[in-house]
Design a protein around this ligand. Structure first.
Ligand code: SF4
Length: 306
């Protein structure tokens, strides 16, 4: 984008958000240019809670579809716009309702826990929801005599098993972006920056977590870098996070473990899309009332336990 076009686009976005009483919520993995115009930047659950509490008629959700759906479930009377409707989450799409019902039928004693990265429809079949920040706490709240089905992320599930000592029935899903991070990549960065602290996201494989100093949700990473005395931090998550962390701690040096840890779905939305969404009220998330009511239950239960 040329400078003039960029400035003009931002000006129009600002005018429309005022005129239409809209707020723009932006996930930590979005393009830097989109993060920079957000009213709030955060992880998926922080943003959904913000969507529910903020006094606005329109929420423009710059993230992927399950996030916009979660915002709609928690604030059904607001218009929730996803600027690029095709922006889905490949991991969320690895879990479907029919297969989940079959699995539940085979394990009638199980409590079903879904990561927030699931569709609203899948959430209707779940007892509890969790995020990467509170997953261990949610699992620890379940009575010991119950089995646990955990979906869709087998890596987060395996990492929570290690933290809690609870064996679970794990769905075979994964985040393709975090799967791209390998032990060899971590070793290379550690050799290059021996004084650096290594922080990684719990969607990484357990072998990667074992090599890191901290496993943190994106919200946890933000808090960590604000408080840490480390000057150099090696970061194992989607590369968009570097932009956010650099803004939070401009004096620190952030090194991505892999430049290839890019989620193309998270990069679909640009400023022109945000402007088009505001101009045309597109694309609004619509969910049937019964899906909203049922999907809200596991999310509300999680919020109570958090
Ligand atoms: S980074 Fe992974 S979990 Fe997040 S939206 Fe992309 S595929 Fe889904």
């Amino acid at each position: 984008m040329s400078y003039d076009y960029l400035a003009e686009t931002i000006e129009k976005i600002n005018q429309l958000r005022r005129d239409k009483n809209a707020v723009i919520l932006v996930h930590n993995y979005q393009l830097g240019e989109v993060q920079d115009i957000g009213d709030f930047v955060g992880d998926s659950l922080e943003l959904s809670i913000k969507a529910a509490n903020v006094d606005a008629a329109i929420i423009v959700f710059c993230g992927v579809k399950f996030m916009a759906e979660t915002a709609k479930v928690l604030s059904p009377n607001k218009t929730v716009l996803l600027p690029v409707f095709e922006a889905g989450c490949p991991m969320a799409d690895m879990a479907d309702v029919d297969s989940l019902r079959e699995l539940k039928a085979r394990h009638p004693n199980a409590v079903t826990v879904c990561y927030v990265n699931t569709t609203a429809e899948v959430k209707t079949e779940c007892d509890l929801c969790c995020t990467s920040a509170n997953a261990a706490k949610i699992i620890n709240s379940i009575p010991q005599d119950k089995d646990i089905i955990f979906l869709p992320d087998k890596n987060l599930g395996a990492n929570v098993e290690i933290m809690t000592g609870r064996k679970m029935i794990l769905w075979e899903g994964f985040c393709p972006t975090h799967m791209r991070i390998t032990e060899a990549m971590v070793k290379r960065k550690q050799a290059e920056f021996p004084d650096a602290v290594v922080i990684v996201h719990p969607e990484c494989r357990p072998e990667i977590i074992a090599m890191a100093d901290e496993q943190l949700s994106t919200g946890g990473m933000v808090r960590f870098v604000r408080e840490s005395s480390a000057e150099t931090i090696i970061v194992g998550t989607e590369v968009g996070m570097i932009h956010r962390l650099q803004k939070e701690a401009p004096d620190k040096k952030f090194i991505p473990i892999s430049e290839q840890a890019v989620c193309m779905n998270m990069k679909m939305i640009n400023l022109t899309d945000v402007l088009a969404a505001l101009e045309n009220d597109e694309t609004a998330i619509e969910l049937p009332d019964d899906i909203i009511t049922k999907a809200e239950e596991p999310i509300r239960k999680m919020l109570k336990l958090s």
